[in-house]
Design a binder for this molecule. Structure first.
Ligand code: PLP
Length: 425
């Protein structure tokens, strides 16, 4: 049963603090965890590239579902199931509108970016990629946008090719024409680099690929957290992202697929809720998105993600983007004033992701000293080993900001990095 009358809204039980977003200090009040102390010091959370913190509105939407409306969707004849189904479908419609998709059925709920790319590599890839074909990636991809294509290349007998980056960390677009050949079937690239912060010209890249009849997949995991993304304007075939990096819960994300293309593809997992008729001889499948959502989906996750999009819609993104750029600029300036610090990724207009190394100090040691000061950053290869190899390093420290971070927190970061320099430098 997909619809019942007079449903209760189980997707939210309280409103976020409306339109307080102009001032990041006020915005912070929507995120209860930011009040926490860590090792007796105020938490300075700068690991947003790994996962963002959650506003109370999202927390309430999820707990509201479990307290008032928990039921499975699409199956029950009872009231709760109808309400849950409506809340699940409403989340998809909200995301469709926010992302400029043509119809909600262009959006498939998945576990996250990684699962979305694996889905495309199976459903689209096995249908369209043959021996001798080429898949073009870039040097700045996360492992999630490399390994599934390697699996596909191995299955099909295809070849992976790689668009290099410049020393500043931009894509080397002069090399693009020679890499897009008659054999190229797919160009898969990240919208925003999780290491360099580089914002790639997704619309332009998709236009170039489209003119050559090449399918495009854009990894939006690090783009969606920093304001609205419009898939219609980008003109991509596939766009993928994870909810947990944009104030939503983990275990839920979205695959956008252009309508006609998505409905031409076979399912990748079989089970309940994705079939029309089943016999022991054969099965027929429902249209998207059901065809790609076999089994009970992450219902509370989808409702939480819808609520994260509702929350995003309340924010003044032009202003918050300026604020995020100011945070990144301040972090660059403060860190570069410390002896031995090098920053990876200096392309103008970058997203607020600041990766850095320090002479003589392992990034894990930087991370540990910062943690003792209450500052949470990431240290490691950031699931981008090919990029690390290109940069000539094994790992780096990474401070990644969200719109709720403040300039005072940048100062605390710099103070803690100076402490690491005094210890080891
Ligand atoms: N792509 C990029 C650019 C990322 O930064 C990440 C995660 O950090 C992913 C893909 C994978 O996301 P998830 O682990 O949520 O599937």
């Amino acid at each position: 049963m997909r619809g019942q009358t007079a449903p209760k809204d189980v997707s939210s039980s309280s409103n976020p603090s409306l339109l307080l977003s102009l001032n990041p200090a006020t915005l912070r009040r929507d995120f209860p965890i930011l009040e926490r102390l860590v090792h007796g010091k105020p938490l300075v959370y700068l690991d947003n590239g790994a996962t963002s913190q959650k506003p109370r509105a999202v927390i309430n939407a999820i707990s509201g579902f479990f307290e008032n409306g928990c039921a499975n969707i699409h199956r029950g004849v009872h009231l709760l199931s109808g309400e849950a189904t409506q809340a699940y479908d409403r989340a998809r419609a909200t995301i469709c509108q926010a992302m400029g998709a043509a119809r909600p059925d262009e959006l498939v709920f998945v576990r996250g970016t990684t699962e979305a790319i694996n889905l495309v590599s199976r459903s689209w890839g096995d249908l369209h990629v043959r021996a001798g074909d080429e898949i073009l990636l870039t040097e700045m991809e996360h492992h999630a946008n490399i390994v599934p294509w390697q699996f596909l290349a191995r299955r099909a007998g295809a070849t992976i090719r790689v668009l290099p980056i410049t020393p500043e960390g931009a894509l080397d677009l002069d090399k693009l024409p020679s890499l897009l050949t008659d054999k190229t079937r797919l160009f898969a690239f990240t919208h925003v680099s999780n290491v360099l912060g580089t914002v790639n010209p997704a619309t332009e890249l998709c236009r170039i690929a489209r003119e050559r009849g090449i399918t495009t997949l854009v990894d939006g995991a690090q783009a969606v957290p920093h304001g609205p993304v419009n898939v219609g304007e980008i003109g991509c075939d596939f766009y993928v992202f994870s909810g947990h990096k944009m104030f939503g819960p983990d275990g839920i994300g979205v695959l956008y697929g252009r309508g006609k293309l998505l409905s031409s593809l076979p399912p990748w997992q079989g089970g309940g809720d994705m079939v029309e008729r089943v016999s022991f001889e054969e099965s027929t499948f429902r249209p998207p998105p059901d065809r790609y959502e076999a089994g009970t989906p992450n219902i509370s996750g989808a409702i939480g993600l819808g609520s994260a999009f509702d929350y995003h819609a309340l924010l003044n993104w032009p202003e918050l983007r300026e604020h995020e750029h100011a945070l990144a600029a301040a972090a660059h300036e403060a860190l570069l004033s410390i002896p031995g610090v090098k920053i990876q990724g200096t392309v103008p207009g970058k997203a607020p992701v600041v990766s850095f190394t320090m002479d003589g100090i392992h990034p894990h040691d930087i991370g540990t000293i910062l943690d003792s000061e209450g500052v949470a950053i990431r240290a490691g290869n950031h699931c981008a080993q090919p990029l690390m190899a290109r940069l000539g390093i094994q790992s780096s420290a990474r401070a990644s900001f969200a719109c709720y971070n403040t300039l005072e927190e940048v100062e605390t970061l710099a103070k803690a990095v100076r402490k690491a320099h005094r210890y080891f430098g």
